[in-house]
Every structure is written in structure tokens, then in C-alpha cells.
Design a protein around this ligand. Structure first.
Ligand SMILES: [Zn+2]
Length: 344
């Protein structure tokens, strides 16, 4: 029986060595170590052996089984490693394929325009100020010479949060806040860009939300000619050296006198065409000398101080500068529109 087991062991080890696939190896395992295999058979026949022989044969049978099992495991690991190597060789990753490009955004056209305006005025010594978009009735209207019953309030119907709180209808409250902060004894030279809101029906030229940039210069001896000089500088830098400006009388409750500024038409140079509706001029912004009452409300003595203020809409500026035909393009976030104005 010893010889039989020894022969089985050698036979099995040769079969293991010969197995070239995992399937063939599994066959060897089943046929030698399975329940119907020859080693199980030997162990079953142990009953016929003598008491002395039994432990010796049992021990040998177990050793033979272990030897075959360990050889099987070793071969299995080798075959698996080989299979993996082959897989790695055949399944190559093509690292030369182009990757997916990263989408890079750019500033919104309005952001670019506002920053351009800021740069220009910073260059002329103005500081940039910001204020809250949810504003009190006092700063939005009353401090600007618009008491509760003033008819000009109708032009600026707003979104009210409470009786006294509203979404600001212009950036002018930032002017009032700055003047009050400066306590009536030092010059104010500022611009305030920001979002403003009015209850309006949206169409090609109206939006319930839009952007304003207002400017204010309060000091001793500020004159209308200073306003004209600053606005002329702005128009020429923004729209081109060849553009002329003109000031027309107008009305705003917080300035006196008030003006509107036009620039000469780029297309016809003042001759009159369809772009300027035959006038030769295009309206750009409004301004004027700060009303003495507004100065006084903000703590500045109108006998000592004077000032000018102006306000413009960056949407309108962008529409004129780039030929945008609908204000809603600024807010509908169509990337096909926005992409055209990304600076490289
Ligand atoms: Zn024209």
C-alpha cells in the first residue's frame, strides 16, 4: 500500500506539471483529491489493515494528499500570473489618444464692461464703492430729495419687501451713504457700480434687473465744466477719440441743473442715419450738479461744497459698443452669446 501511495503521488505531480491551463489543473485536482479519487479510496480501505499498519498508512496518505494539494496551488498561482501577463500584453492602453479638453469660461460681458468703466474712473482719481441691494426707503428715496409723495417715485416703481425696505431702484443710495460716512467735511470722489431693480415688463430694452454705474464728485468749487470734462474723457476713451459729446437739459430730482449726455453717431458722424434716428446723436447717460438739498441732507453745506453726479447703464453701453440688440441676452445665459465676448 505504501508503494501504491508513492506511485499515486508521483503520477499526480507529473499530471500537475503537464497541466497547461487552469481548467486542466482543476481536472487533475478532482481526479486525485476528489471524493471518488484514489487517495480517498486508500483511506476507505484502512479498515482492513492491522492496528500497527493503520497509523503509518494514514499518516503517509495525508502527506501524499498535502504534497499534491500544495503542488496544485503553486501551479494554479503560476498559471494565473501567466494569464494576467498575457492579458496585459494584449490589452494595451493607447496613451496617445487626445484627452477631453477642459472647458474654460471667461468674464460675463457686463462684468467686463463694468471693470473697464471702473479702470477708467480709478485712473481719474475716483474710488469704487458698493452698497446693499436691499435698501431702506430713506436711502433709496428720501435722502435723494424724493419724499414719499414725490411724483418722480412713479418712474421707479420697485419691489418692496416691507413698507420701508425695498430692492434699490438705483445705486444712488451708495452716494448718500458715502457722503454721510464722510461727515460733510471731506471731498467725495467715487463711483458705485451694482445691480438695481425696478418693477418693469421685460422686453428688448427693459429688464426688471439691470446694472448701473453712478459717479459723484463733491468738493469745494466743483463746476459744471468739471462734469463735462470727465464725461468727455469717458466718452472718448470708451467709444473712440473721434466721438463728440453734447449735453442737453433734463430733469432728475437729485440734480439741478440736470443734463443728458449724447455722443455723436459712429455711423454717420452727426449727419443723421437710421442708427441715430436721424439726429446724429445717441443718448448715453444722465447727470447734473448735485441738488443743494441733497448735499444738505447728507451733511454738506451747499454754500461751501458743490458737486456733480452722473449715472449710466452698462447694458446700454455694451449694447452700443458691441451692437447687442436685446437686453435680455445679458441675463438668459446663452453661452453662444456670452462666448463671443470672452477676451483671450
Ligand atoms: Zn447716425
Amino acid at each position: 500500500m505504501k508503494e501504491r501511495l508513492q506511485a499515486l503521488k508521483e503520477e499526480a505531480l507529473v499530471k500537475v506539471e503537464e497541466a497547461s491551463t487552469l481548467e486542466a489543473l482543476q481536472q487533475v485536482r478532482v481526479s486525485y483529491l476528489g471524493k471518488k479519487g484514489p487517495i480517498t479510496e486508500v483511506l476507505r480501505g484502512m479498515g482492513k489493515l492491522s492496528a500497527e499498519e493503520r497509523p503509518v498508512i494514514g499518516d503517509l496518505a495525508n502527506k501524499v494528499r498535502e504534497a499534491i494539494a500544495s503542488q496544485l496551488d503553486e501551479k494554479k498561482a503560476a498559471l494565473e500570473a501567466k494569464a494576467l501577463d498575457e492579458k496585459l500584453l494584449t490589452e494595451k492602453i493607447d496613451v496617445t489618444l487626445p484627452g477631453r479638453p477642459v472647458q474654460v469660461g471667461g468674464p460675463h460681458l457686463l462684468t467686463s464692461i463694468v471693470e473697464e468703466i471702473e479702470d477708467l474712473f480709478i485712473g481719474m482719481g475716483f474710488e469704487v464703492r458698493e452698497g446693499p441691494e436691499v435698501e431702506t426707503d430713506y436711502y433709496n428715496f428720501e435722502a435723494l430729495n424724493l419724499p414719499k409723495d414725490h411724483p418722480a417715485r412713479d418712474m421707479q416703481d420697485s419691489f418692496y419687501i416691507t413698507e420701508e425696505l425695498l430692492l434699490r431702484t438705483h445705486t444712488s443710495p451708495v452716494q448718500a451713504r458715502t457722503m454721510l460716512e464722510y461727515k460733510g467735511n471731506k471731498p467725495v470722489k467715487m463711483i458705485c457700480p451694482g445691480k438695481v431693480y425696478r418693477r418693469d415688463t421685460d422686453d428688448a430694452t427693459h429688464s426688471h434687473q439691470f446694472t448701473q454705474v453712478e459717479g459723484l464728485y463733491v468738493d469745494k468749487d466743483v463746476r459744471m465744466s468739471d462734469l463735462k470734462g470727465v464725461l468727455n474723457q469717458f466718452a472718448k476713451q470708451f467709444f473712440g477719440e473721434e466721438r463728440e459729446i453734447r449735453l442737453r437739459p433734463s430733469f432728475f430730482p437729485f440734480t439741478e441743473p440736470s443734463v443728458e449726455m449724447d455722443i455723436s453717431c459712429k455711423v454717420c458722424h452727426g449727419e443723421g442715419c437710421s442708427v441715430c434716428k436721424g439726429t446724429g446723436w445717441i443718448e448715453i447717460l444722465g447727470g447734473g450738479m448735485v441738488h443743494p438739498d441733497v448735499l444738505e441732507l447728507a451733511g454738506y453745506d451747499p454754500k461751501i461744497y458743490s458737486g456733480f453726479a452722473f449715472g449710466m447703464g452698462p447694458e446700454r453701453i455694451a449694447m452700443l459698443k458691441y451692437g447687442v440688440d436685446d437686453i435680455r441676452h445679458f441675463y438668459t445665459n446663452d453661452v453662444r452669446f456670452l462666448k463671443q465676448y470672452h477676451k483671450a
